[in-house]
Design a protein. Sequence first.
Length: 223
Amino acid sequence: MQRQVRALFVHDADGRITATRDGEPPPRLFLGLTRHGNLWRFRADLDPERVRRLARLAAAEPAPTQLDALPERHAAWVAQLAADAPLEATFHGAAFRFPETVPDLEGAEELAPGDRDRIAEEFPELAARLSGCLPCFVCTEGGRVVSACWSAARRSPAIEAGVATLPGFRGRGLATRATATWARSVRARGEAPLYSTALSNRAALGVARRLGLIRYGTDLHMR
């Protein structure tokens, strides 16, 4: 979980979150739950007294017996954060690492920094920051890029995967191919590939299942 947190967030000298590495708005509270212990981080602009109260709740939270369940003190965290401002968004997801042996699946090609135009229509946000998302692997249909796996967040030695497939091309195993090839490339560079997704995202969980990814924890982002 430490590697994932470093890959996902930029921290200040006090270990508080100042930004995300994928450009998304940072959460006010991040909680990483594992059976071996929990890890928490707070956004840098939170009131110090609020941080102390949240930290006490986090320290008292037991390690989960069921990784898919919400933390025991979830309602208390919500109440603490809502006392300052209404919650804008909550992400409850599963965190995975890749097995030592990742399947060598065919059908995905690597994008180069100059390939923005190839994906600009289908994946405009990825195209805009492609140079910072390499390695990136894509699957095509009729010459059109329809699925991609890229480096969404990184801080060596860990890189978090970002995955997307166009609606009309889902269910064909394209994301699985792109993700497997991406992970093998990351490993070849001496870094650790990580993967996380919302518990409600059945398609992304299916990719994790097909690749034999190893669940190590649960992520809770509250903004």
